[in-house]
Design a protein. Structure first.
Length: 280
């Protein structure tokens, strides 16, 4: 991956990454809470995806290699997050990407669409996505969030380890788990707290979406219960639900071959529907 530093509208530096074919159909990956762009490793290392598509990702504010101001006001306004996506799209000169939003990034995708509309995107792939705030859809893994915002380091690490385990029904190998623990721990507890303190989203934007939408959901998700994926697919006009049986919160890791295959097919479909022309 090639890294690029990007300034958002409030001056915060975001770490962006690019791989694949420069003139290929564009995919913009947005990771979840406490994660970073390394979570998409099985997509960026996929020869099938890299040989056909332009792959772009970024670390959301306060995460990964992006800047981490402690001031909670830097994470309070929906427009900050919508502008981050907009600035990444502009910096990479993305014409009309498919947005892939995992978990908490479902909220960030909604922030972007609410502020900027759908004219400059080809479609959306919601992946075990938090598309509305409703405790009825909280899985048991969310009980660990309290420990993850604790200032006591031992408590924080213990909760973060449990949170990472809750992200998978099919557990990662030890090396991948250690990598995930390392980049999750890059996010200070105060920044985690600020992200979790944002005003609730009611999901009302979903019914207004006018782009192709694929909803990818693990049946055994312990963080975002599968009912929210079903709700999302039912509310969005024309959305398609792809349920991964015996898979948890991370289908793009737990069944990467299927995920990559379905994503490629969806991007081709979305780009055709939206009339995007790419170079041969």
């Amino acid at each position: 991956m090639i890294r690029r530093d990007i300034r958002s509208s409030d001056g915060l530096m975001l770490a962006g990454y690019e791989s694949g074919i420069p003139q290929g159909p564009e995919i913009l990956f947005i990771h979840g809470f406490s994660q970073c762009s390394l979570a998409w490793g099985k997509q960026f290392s996929s020869k099938a995806l890299a040989s056909e598509f332009r792959l772009v990702a970024f670390d959301i504010r306060g995460h990964g290699a992006s800047e981490k101001p402690i001031d909670p006001t830097r994470y309070a306004d929906d427009t900050q997050f919508s502008d981050d996506v907009h600035c990444v799209r502009e910096a990479f000169n993305l014409r009309r990407p498919v947005l892939v939003g995992w978990s908490y990034a479902g909220r960030i995708v909604s922030d972007y669409v609410t502020a900027h509309g759908t004219k400059r995107i080809a479609g959306i792939n919601y992946v075990c996505a938090r598309t509305k705030d409703d405790v009825a859809y909280n899985g048991p893994g969310t009980d660990l969030l309290g420990g993850m915002i604790h200032n006591d380091l031992a408590t924080n690490i213990r909760a973060t380890r449990g949170f990472i385990r809750a992200c998978y029904e099919k557990q990662p190998n030890p090396e991948d788990f250690e990598t995930a623990l390392a980049y999750n721990m890059l996010v200070p507890p105060g920044i985690r707290r600020a992200h979790l303190s944002r005003p609730a989203s009611d999901g009302s934007i979903l019914a207004k979406l006018d782009v192709p939408v694929l909803v990818t959901q693990g049946s055994e998700d312990k963080l975002v219960l599968k009912g929210l994926g079903e709700f999302t697919a039912a509310v969005i006009p024309g959305a398609r639900l792809s349920m991964y049986e015996a898979v948890g919160h991370s289908p793009f890791v737990e069944d990467a071959p299927r995920f990559n295959r379905e994503l490629a097919g969806f991007v081709r479909h979305a780009q055709t529907r939206r009339g995007v022309v790419t170079a041969a």
